[in-house]
Design a protein around this ligand. Structure first.
Ligand code: ADP
Ligand code: MG
Length: 334
């Protein structure tokens, strides 16, 4: 068995048993039939083999929930190894705009892993540009983008989709957003990585959904928390790696559709604004950096060698300096 498998099964026990249960767990025990349908809500599961078996035998859509740095992405990467080791294809819908495992920050990515290579090679089959590093303020494009990528996974006939998410799980906005995401994506399973009670409002809301299995999973004690600075540095490195070997293109505004708003001029704040260079279906072919704008053209730097297929532009809310330092730019400033 692979290293990944050991990591999954070696997750340590955390004290969330009956005696020390959260309010949710206590309610589970005292309210008749309340969470009867899904016993896994009562305590975290420590043996993930049943989940792996479900993935390999039935397939499904598995959405991971949890704060930042609880091991969501690592868990899904381990499942990728295990499922492909069973000769099944698996897709990861990487919806973490800020700390994407597989894609450029500000984008949502659908990654396919086929069982034919060892280790399984990630193949980006579709990408959506949101243009921000957090869903806050961009809830609709994030949700719609996720749904479009999931539809693509289903069109491709990939039997298992693992949905990675941001750590936005606490507070009224986060709960509202995640519940709508669940409604829209209709996962078959929620993989809930919680240290204490932080997911209770979400899980309580989902507990009676007939179509949803909730699996409470323990957070490994070895999980490492990253500072905001480390996260920013991680994004900067990804931008630097992506924006190399750039080509300058001039796009005529009467030959492309503008999906949203377009800045009227490019001042110092807007130089380096991220632009989604999208195909005729709105999928992102590449990301560009705004350089200049005239009355009928925009000039952009991008790794794309050709922009022949670019039909729709979407302007983001993040601008980059030459070294990949981010500046948040509100469209209100345009
Ligand atoms: N089971 C584990 N054992 C040891 N380290 C882990 C484990 N899961 C995650 N980590 C480490 O903890 C950090 C955060 O994990 P990550 O999966 O990125 O969290 P999240 O996706 O929830 O933000 C990473 O450095 C990762 O390597
Ligand atoms: Mg993650």
């Amino acid at each position: 068995m692979s290293v990944g498998a050991n990591l999954v099964f070696a997750l340590p026990r955390v004290p969330l048993g009956r005696s020390q249960g959260s309010p949710l767990q206590r309610r589970t025990q005292t309210t008749e039939n309340c969470y009867k349908k899904d016993d896994s809500l009562e305590k975290p599961v420590h043996d993930f083999r049943f989940l792996l078996q479900t993935m390999t035998e039935q397939g499904g859509k598995f959405l991971v929930l949890g704060r930042t740095d609880v091991g969501k992405s690592t868990l899904l990467q381990n499942f990728v190894r295990l499922v492909t080791a069973h000769k099944k294809s698996v897709a990861v819908l990487d919806a973490d705009l800020g700390q994407s495992t597989h894609g450029l920050p500000t984008t949502l990515n659908l990654i396919r892993f086929s069982p034919d290579t060892e280790p399984p090679e990630p193949e980006c089959v579709a990408r959506i540009f949101v243009g921000a590093t957090s869903p806050v303020g961009h809830l609709l494009p994030t949700l719609v983008g996720c749904r479009r990528l999931l539809d693509r996974a289903q069109q491709l006939g990939i039997p298992v989709t693992l949905i990675d998410t941001t750590g936005l799980v606490e507070g009224p906005l986060a709960v509202e957003f995640k519940l709508h995401k669940i409604d829209l994506l209709q996962p078959t399973h929620l993989l809930a990585l919680a240290r204490a009670h932080e997911l209770d409002p979400l899980l309580r809301a989902c507990a009676r959904r007939a179509d949803l299995h909730i699996c409470r999973l323990p957070v490994a004690t070895a999980v490492r928390e990253r500072s905001a600075e480390e996260r920013r540095a991680n994004r900067q490195e990804k931008y630097q790696r992506y924006f190399t070997n750039l080509v300058r293109h001039r796009l005529r505004l009467d030959r492309v559709g503008i999906w949203g708003r377009v800045p009227q001029r490019v001042d110092r704040n807007l130089a380096g604004l991220l632009i989604g260079l999208n195909d005729e279906q709105g999928f992102c072919l590449g990301v560009g950096l705004l350089q200049n704008r005239t009355s009928d053209t925009i000039e952009v730097l991008t790794p794309l060698v050709t922009v022949k297929e670019v039909k729709l532009l979407r302007f983001g809310s993040v601008a980059l300096d030459r070294d990949g330092t981010e500046h948040l730019v509100s469209p209100r400033e345009w």
